[in-house]
Design a protein around this ligand. Structure first.
Ligand code: RIB
Ligand code: CA
Length: 310
């Protein structure tokens, strides 16, 4: 049976590919998309989610807008990677996908309540919406199968020495998720930096030859160019789709069980996801951490999904 999921995202180049993988893979049942401020403003990330579904002709998946900023902090975005509109490098068509009138939280609650199965939440941006859902709607949490988040890192950060961007934007939201006890998977930079967008990958996607692949190639070339400028990486890491890939095919990653604590107070370390890899604290495991990616299988999943779209 296909895995029912809700993607909560901040498109964002890699968020778009995660949406496409979810919609194009037969083992995933994409029930809803919600948006959050992160890579760009909520206005941009929400428009970009509607563009992503328009380009790929993904119909029947409601899109609702969520938080315009973190739970307690001031919003800080990532134009140096994603551009000023959070989806730089390509001309954006007028979206045909409507914006659902509900808030993100209302859409998630309705989707969970109307599902006969438990649903996996797949956040690929800051965890603000998920943190708010946990705080405001404890009654629906039994319908959440697990949370699979792209964020954090078992090693260093990409916004500060120790904080990855999604974690850095809203550390307090991570703390709420961790303390909720909902089964939690952290897809961190430690594994996403194994998913490098090489020229071979771009050529494979270009060779698909449909509208979605042509749009995707422009996204990936821009993303690689900003990673080169910002981090000296000529092949950028395609972070977000790993969350969906491991739900479609659990064998695409190897994972460990560990303990996570989140730094919310550190002047220089706020947003650090402290994974006790060597179990030095003797604390109970509370996170699943994918550590190794089957790279060939990952790109096969993405290419096959895009080929199933328009
Ligand atoms: O640090 C990478 C993460 O931050 C990705 O999810 C990217 O889209 C941004 O949201
Ligand atoms: Ca993202």
């Amino acid at each position: 049976m296909a895995v029912p999921i809700i993607i909560d995202c901040d498109p964002g180049h890699d968020d778009v590919l995660a949406i496409w993988l979810a919609a194009g893979n037969p083992d995933i049942d994409l029930r809803a998309i919600t948006t959050v401020a992160g890579n760009g403003s909520l206005e941009h990330t929400t428009l970009n989610a509607r563009v992503a579904t328009t380009v790929a002709a993904i119909a029947g998946v409601p899109i609702a807008a969520g938080a315009a900023g973190p739970l307690t902090r001031k919003l800080r975005t990532a134009p140096h990677i994603h551009g000023d509109n959070a989806l730089g490098g390509v001309e954006l068509p007028e979206p045909t996908t409507p914006l659902d009138p509900r808030t993100a939280i209302e859409l998630i609650v309705d989707t969970l309540n109307s599902s006969t199965e438990t649903v996996t939440l797949v956040p690929t941006g800051p965890l603000t919406n998920i943190g708010q859902l946990i705080q405001e709607h404890p009654e629906v949490l039994p319908k959440v199968e697990r949370i699979v988040w792209m964020g954090g890192s078992t090693t260093r950060g990409n916004m500060t020495a120790y904080a990855e961007f999604n974690a850095w934007v809203d550390p307090e939201a991570i703390d709420i998720v961790v303390k909720s006890g909902i089964p939690f998977t952290m897809v961190g930079l430690n594994i996403t930096h194994q998913a490098l967008i090489t020229q071979d990958v771009i050529e494979r996607i270009a060779a698909i030859g449909n509208q979605t692949s042509a749009f995707g190639v422009q996204l990936l070339r821009f993303f690689n160019s900003t990673y080169e400028a910002a981090e000296g990486m000529s092949d950028g890491p395609l972070h977000d789709p790993i969350t969906v890939a491991l739900l479609a095919d659990p064998n695409v990653v190897e994972s460990i069980e560990s303990h996570i604590d989140v730094e919310v107070n550190g002047t220089y370390t706020a947003g650090a996801t402290c994974i006790d890899i060597h179990d030095m604290l003797g604390q109970p495991n509370n996170v699943t951490v994918p550590i190794r990616l089957n790279v060939d299988r990952y790109w096969d999943l993405i290419v096959d999904a895009i080929a199933h779209l328009r």
